[in-house]
Design a protein around this ligand. Structure first.
Ligand code: NIG
Ligand code: FE
Length: 419
């Protein structure tokens, strides 16, 4: 496990038990009484605390003693809709009075109501709201998060959402990956121009947002209340031609074959997957597409048929877990709560859930080479936890055992995280 860099270290964290999430899939990759040395924002060395202390003395590197804590990779929330305005509490109440998510959407509510609020909001307000949500996530050890657009649905507002998502990095100590969710809902004003809308999203909008450097990936909501498998394929094909990877909102309410489309285009991830066939799971396994499970949306919509986790496991699909933070289906700003629900509602083991918010979440964002595990050469993003064992990160409800976050080798002050 120990690995040395040739020159000096900037700093060492010593004495914590490490859960590296690196080695075999069957364990947490534990190093008891371990240490992590960082240099130039990257992990330079991992090994035991005893060895680290003597090497640090030789190299005159400062040592932070963190005995009694656990140290994991920084958590990664790989599916959020953080940038939006307005609340959908009225719809929450409507659903509890008997209306379904689909009925509300078909009546012009749902995503479209957030689009109306978001279009009317100023960029500063959008950024302020997103930053507040991001700080809550970061206070629980999140160091990287993905942010989707999709509540603008006209080019100018989609651009503003993606710009706000990029600006988040200047407000909150977190790395942001942006996703152009161009096919989220058909906007009201394009109700009679579906084909024209899809053509614009897949053509000029995608090209101009990509040229502006605002997009790390694309996404489509493939669902009977949103876009078809063919429309989804069109966006993924256009993105592929530009060298842009994809995610797909797949099988949230029904199986339209979205997992197969995601796999066909080598998408990084297919997300939700309450409804996915054996063929869809096999296709995802073959293409290396990660299944991003979103238990807080499942919970909020009071769904009763969970994703077929045993089928996904058997097929060998990597599982990730994310918050899906959005005002409609998942007003959730706690990745630890998502981990808990992934275990209690979907039957993931705590090891699967934690791997899903680190190693596999990094893979779902195309960042597996750079982060998601504690390994020499990877970004020095990690979180310190006052827990008895790693499974405790999935155990609490509303507990936050995070006592420290290090990002790019720099400790984050608690004040930078408070919302
Ligand atoms: O991931 N399913 C589509 N998109 C979001 C919900 C968006 C909304 O209802 O505002 C989701 O659940
Ligand atoms: Fe979503």
């Amino acid at each position: 496990m120990a690995s040395s860099s040739t020159s000096g270290w900037d700093r060492v964290w010593a004495g914590a038990h490490l859960a590296t999430l690196a080695g075999a899939a069957q364990d947490y990759g534990v190093v008891e009484n371990g240490a992590v040395a960082v240099r130039d924002g990257r992990i330079a060395w991992i090994g035991t605390a005893a060895e680290a202390r003597s090497l640090a003395a030789e190299r005159c590197a400062p040592v932070e003693e963190v005995g009694g804590l656990w140290l994991t990779p920084g958590l990664i929330d790989c599916h959020t809709h953080l940038v939006h305005a307005g609340s959908r509490v009225a719809e929450f109440e409507q659903r509890l009075n008997g209306a379904s998510y689909e009925q509300i959407a078909r009546a012009g509510g749902g995503i479209r109501s957030t689009v109306t609020a978001t279009r009317a909001a100023g960029t500063a307000d959008l950024l302020r709201g997103a930053a507040e949500r991001a700080r809550r996530l970061c206070a629980e050890g999140v160091t990287t998060l993905e942010v989707k657009s999709g509540y603008g649905l006209d080019l100018a507002t989609e651009r503003r959402l993606l710009e706000a998502a990029r600006l988040l990095e200047t407000q909150v100590p977190v790395s942001v990956r942006t996703t152009f969710l161009g096919l989220h809902a058909l906007p009201e004003e394009r109700r009679h121009d579906r084909d024209g809308f899809v053509a614009e999203v897949c053509g000029p909008w995608l090209e101009s947002l990509a040229a502006a450097g605002l997009i790390d990936a694309v996404d489509a909501f493939c669902e009977h209340i949103a876009f078809t498998a063919a429309e989804t394929a069109r966006l993924l094909g256009a993105a592929r031609a530009l060298g842009i990877p994809a995610h797909v909102h797949a099988g949230q309410l029904s199986d339209l074959g979205a997992a197969e489309v995601a796999a066909r285009f080598g998408a990084l991830s297919a997300d939700h997957l309450e409804y996915v066939s054996e063929a869809g799971a096999a296709a995802m396994a073959a293409s290396g597409t990660v299944a991003v499970l979103l238990p807080c949306a499942y919970y909020t919509l009071r769904q009763t048929a969970p994703p077929p986790v045993p089928l996904l496991r058997r097929a060998g699909v990597p599982l990730a877990v994310a918050t899906d933070c959005n005002p409609g289906t998942s007003p959730c700003v706690s990745l630890l709560l998502a981990l808990n629900m992934a275990c209690t509602l979907f039957g993931l083991t705590p090891l699967e859930a934690l791997t899903g918010a680190t190693r596999h979440a990094a893979r779902a964002l195309g960042l597996a080479h750079d982060r998601g595990t504690l390994e020499p050469g990877k970004r020095a993003d990690f979180a310190l936890w006052r827990v008895e064992r790693p499974a405790e990160l999935c155990y609490g409800l509303g507990a936050n055992p995070c006592v420290g976050v290090v990002r790019g080798g720099e400790p984050i002050a608690a004040t930078q995280q408070s919302p």
